[in-house]
Design a protein around this ligand. Structure first.
Ligand SMILES: NC(=O)c1ccc[n+]([C@@H]2O[C@H](COP(=O)([O-])OP(=O)(O)OC[C@H]3O[C@@H](n4cnc5c(N)ncnc54)[C@H](OP(=O)(O)O)[C@@H]3O)[C@@H](O)[C@H]2O)c1
Length: 246
């Protein structure tokens, strides 16, 4: 087992997850990085290993498959022998009116955005508890939810519901596990400048969306807290007259 803390980052191939992985490497975490496509993960791993001297394991995973998610947990646990941080960032976006939103798409959203988080964390809970017992920071579960999970918005009946589920799940896990040093936080940003929002029709201009750097910095800052402080939810929103809108 390495002396470095070990973090698993899902959806690490681009956007928010990639920047979180990079910052965790800068701070000396060994990593497992996952997403569906291998190529960007291999490039990221090579960059982080050569620039920061950490160990990076690449684990291509489709989070809609429970078998894949179990395999990801196994790959991470075996390669590092410890789990200090899980960043549950892989996510599917989808907007659409409730009136005719396809139920199959709702089910896929829940599989990727919620079920995968549940399964992955359940599998790695023994190692998180070990970090909770034996390290200053404890075991951290950092789930990237959304403002749409805090307050409902038009066209977000499905996506927002998955993020609300993540928020509730983080709270419940924290109430059960934080005395043992395992703390789950739901980070809830408004719109962020990533591929997910690049072609978003709507009223929020690209230049008004949150920068990826700020969201990644907020997430990584949670890993620096001791296990004696619990942050159940962290909302990140835009300047202006409406604090509770994506
Ligand atoms: N952008 C926003 O405005 C915003 C706001 C609030 C919350 N969020 C949340 O932040 C998280 C990151 O989003 P982002 O904006 O950085 O999006 P992004 O740039 O589209 O990145 C999404 C990441 O998730 C991976 N991914 C997608 N579907 C997957 C699947 N089925 N299995 C495994 N990996 C999958 C993607 O890689 P592959 O395609 O290679 O699989 C990619 O690495 C998401 O949970 C999103 O809901 C985003």
């Amino acid at each position: 087992m390495s002396a470095n803390p070990a973090a698993l980052v899902t959806g690490a191939s681009r956007g928010i997850g990639r920047e979180i992985a990079r910052r965790l490497a800068v701070e000396g975490h060994d990593l497992t990085v996952s997403a569906r496509g291998r190529e960007p993960l291999d490039a990221l791993a090579a960059e982080l290993e050569s620039e920061h001297g950490v160990k990076v394991v690449v684990a291509p995973t489709d989070m809609s498959s429970t078998d894949d998610v179990h395999a990801l947990a196994e790959a991470h646990a075996t390669a590092h022998g410890r789990t200090d941080v899980i960043v549950l960032n892989a996510g599917m976006g989808a907007i659409g009116a409730f009136a005719d939103f396809p139920v199959r798409r709702l089910e896929k959203l829940f599989a990727i955005n919620v079920r995968s988080a549940y399964v992955l964390t359940q599998d790695l809970l023994p190692q998180l508890r070990e970090a909770g017992r034996s390290t200053h920071h404890g075991g951290k579960v950092l789930a990237i939810a959304s403002t749409t999970g805090v307050v409902g918005e038009p066209l977000n009946s499905a996506y927002g519901a998955t993020k609300a589920a993540l928020i509730s799940w983080c709270e419940a896990v924290t109430t059960e596990e934080s005395a043992a040093g395992v703390i789950a936080t739901a980070v809830c940003p408004g719109y962020v400048q990533t591929a997910m929002t690049e072609h978003l029709p709507g009223e929020v201009a690209w230049e008004d969306m949150l920068p990826v750097d700020d969201v990644a910095e907020a997430v990584v800052s949670l890993t620096r807290l001791s296990r004696r402080t619990v942050v159940p939810q962290l909302v990140l929103t835009r300047p202006g007259r409406h604090l509770w809108r994506a």
